[in-house]
Design a protein around this ligand. Sequence first.
Ligand code: CP
Length: 303
Amino acid sequence: MKHLLGLRDLSKEEILKILNLAKDMKLILKSETKKTPHLQGYSVVTLFYENSTRTRTSFELAAKFMSANTTSISVATSSVQKGESLLDTVRTLEALKTDVLIVRHSVSGAAHFIAKNCSFSVINAGDGMNEHPTQALLDMFTIRERLGKLEKLKIAIIGDILHSRVARSNIWGLKKFENEVTVYGPRTLLPPFIDKFVNVASSLEEAVCNKDVVIDLRIQLERQKRGLISSKYEYYEFFGLNEDISKFISKDTLIMHPGPVNRGVEISSEIMNLPNCTIEEQVTNGIAVRMAVLYLCTRKEVN
Ligand code: CP
């Protein structure tokens, strides 16, 4: 595996390979030193054209725990602000002897474009509305760790499906394991023809009832330029995981969210505090999963 661009083109076996390796990486993270030599001598660069806390930090920590030389490019203070194109930025990183680039960009397909135009490994940390593969992998890792399996589960994805690269990567990944995926959200925030790929629930109650996992999504306020939701308060009342809906969610149902969370918009603080809510666990698991991805993208012998 030279690049990780999305889960759409990954096989079930390739996904399992990453998740199994992440399990070993999690053991390393529990050790005293948390250090492995696997990326010694490698230059790992993060280039984020969109904001991030979890993905960027956990990738940086993962690379450091594996002894890589890490550099983080702040787009706000880089030559992008002087008009440098994406391709010229890539050529510059090539000249700086980058081995692995972790990139987030607002344009769908940006990571694929870079991968076609460079010799280093590219890891997609989110491209527009397309994919966020490591988020889906860490979600799948968390589901398997909590429930002991990843197959034939009933999984609901709630909220802003239209703009969500997390939803897309999860749908691609989870469907490979024969999971029954159901989505629910405002009609304006469901992509056209989504019912060709997954079930579409007709109410929030139906969506969350009898599910093994409920993945709640962030309302992407930065992408709501066309006024697709009428108000945050109405969203919470009709689509939010609030006290009214919590009685339809079993205590055995995992409640997940990729973060960052708009508290009181898509989910209540009370639900976030439940023992079956895994938001922080997902963040922690993200380090191990990203260590596994970095390892596999830098192993020539297993490519
Ligand atoms: N889930 C996620 O991608 O979070 P960040 O935007 O903080 O990286």
